[in-house]
Design a protein around this ligand. Structure first.
Ligand code: ADP
Ligand code: ASP
Ligand code: MG
Length: 451
């Protein structure tokens, strides 16, 4: 018996009837029993987020109509009497009534309602995938609701999966797959133990797929997307970016953390722990190959790739109380933790601390990274300076800061642009620095030309 694989298809791969059919062809060519995990069709989750944030009924209705149109287009190559049209209609009706009533939900209930609204993208796209797959497969494809498989806590907006409980829920699924069933499930969504819908954070379908792969002890996780693998830099930034044949888990994790959207940063840990190989390839052009993520790739270059993260906030906290004082860092981080703010880079001097906050990654729940009440608390013991519109550039490789020195190379490419913050040393795999969003692209191009 061949080992189980998990195949995850992202939003762009689910964008139209034609692209979903291309994904089905990819799965049909696999010999291994394969669980399919899908994202929402491109553009749907953005609109669902907008619905959940919108204050007017007219705006919500417009967004809702656009979502229905995306799904109708995506279903257009299926026969009129296919059950999927009815299923989609049912789901749309439930979404519409939820969206209409959402503003009346109490504050404590809002986040829960928001996750419920966000779940509709994947719930619809999974049905579309199963319908197209059933058209060509020997056995009809069925949708297994991810909320019956993926158990999370109830941290709405970025729920944390429980791998042990998820594994228990996946025993039946594992048997089904081995018995050649064609199963599709949703990425991005799960449920708390008592069955309340949760979401894992934007871009979280990769993470879902990795958790399910670990729970199924899958041999390989295939991430099918709109690029032929992981490149030396986002090909949208540098047209001469090159695909990487292999990369280590550690390097890929750093790349993902520092902005390579091609993989969700959390998706590699479950794969490392369960010994699942990860492959990234193009759902339209699978024959072009892709990138294999391995514990030990054949080569370990000192510089492998670059990444950029935009919309960074630099928070500088300055306090004379810090001079020879103990407990200042603890006090500062305690405030940040209470407001659920996750910190990325940190540099310190005797009386000040500079740290970066990520508008999208850390606060995927859409809330501010700088809540006014938090700033008030900080101002009680320090002066606070905020700079926004910054980009973090990361140079990713091996043994950085241990053999040779890449800093002159970085400084030369950045010159004469002022570097607002620079970090190296905590990891052997990266050197990161902060510049303004406008200057970042040019610096990346100069760095990439030397790779
Ligand atoms: P999906 O919808 O399949 O999840 P995403 O849009 O989340 O796809 O991720 C794919 C995108 O990631 C690519 O289109 C590409 O622009 C971007 N990307 C960023 N960094 C990299 C990189 N180093 N290599 C490849 N793609 C990258
Ligand atoms: N649909 C979700 C999003 O757009 C999850 C994903 O695509 O990975 O964030
Ligand atoms: Mg993605």
């Amino acid at each position: 018996m061949l080992p189980i694989h998990v195949a995850k298809f992202g939003g762009t791969s689910m964008a139209s009837a034609e692209s979903i059919q291309a994904c089905v062809n990819v799965v049909e060519r696999q010999n291994n029993p394969t669980l399919v995990v899908v994202s929402a069709c491109a553009g749907v989750t953005n609109r669902l987020v907008a619905i959940s944030q919108s204050h007017t009924q007219t705006e919500r209705q417009r967004l809702f109509d656009e979502i229905v149109e995306i799904h109708c287009q995506a279903a257009s190559a299926l026969p009129k009497d296919n059950i999927v049209h009815y299923n989609l209609e049912q789901l749309h009706q439930r979404l519409q009534s939820l969206a209409q009533n959402a503003p009346n939900a109490s504050e404590s209930y809002q986040r829960q309602v928001r996750d419920e609204i966000l779940s509709f993208g994947e719930r619809c796209s999974s049905r579309l995938f199963a319908a197209y797959w059933s058209q060509v497969a020997k056995t009809p494809a069925e949708v297994v609701d991810a909320r019956s498989l993926l158990v999370t806590n109830n941290h709405f907006g970025h729920a944390v999966p429980n791998i042990d409980k998820t594994r228990k829920r996946c025993t039946g699924l594992s048997e089904q797959l081995i018995d050649s069933a064609n199963v599709v499930t949703q990425g991005f969504i799960g449920a708390s133990e008592d069955g309340v819908t949760t979401t894992l954070g934007r871009g979280g379908s990769d993470y879902s797929a990795a958790i399910l792969a670990a729970a199924l002890s899958a041999d390989q996780l295939n991430i099918w997307t709109d690029v032929s693998g992981i490149y030396t830099i986002d090909p949208r930034i540098c047209s001469d970016a090159r695909p990487l044949e292999q990369i280590s888990f550690a390097e890929a994790a750093e790349l993902a953390t520092f902005g390579a959207k091609v993989l969700h940063p959390k998706s590699l840990k479950p794969a490392i722990e369960s010994g699942t190989k990860v492959f990234v390839g193009h759902s339209r052009y699978p024959e072009k190959g892709g990138t294999l993520i391995l514990p030990e790739p054949d080569e370990r270059p000192s510089i492998r790739a670059l990444a950029r993260r935009q919309n960074q906030t630099l928070l500088t906290v300055n306090s004379v109380e810090m001079l020879h004082a103990t407990g200042f860092l603890a006090r500062l981080f305690d405030v940040l933790a209470r407001y659920d703010i996750s910190v990325d880079l940190v540099t310190t001097s005797e009386v000040s601390i500079a740290l970066t906050l990520d508008e999208e990654g850390s606060q995927a729940n859409g809330l501010s990274v700088l809540p006014e009440a938090m700033l008030e608390e900080l101002r009680e013991f320090a002066t606070v300076t905020i700079e926004q519109g910054l980009s973090l550039i990361a140079v990713i490789g091996n043994d950085i800061g241990h053999f040779g020195d890449i800093s002159p190379w970085v400084l030369e490419a950045a010159s004469p642009v002022p570097i607002r913050l620079i970090c190296q040393g905590a990891s052997r795999h990266n050197l990161c620095f902060l510049v303004t969003d406008e200057q970042a692209e040019n610096i990346i191009k100069k760095l990439h030309a030397k790779l």
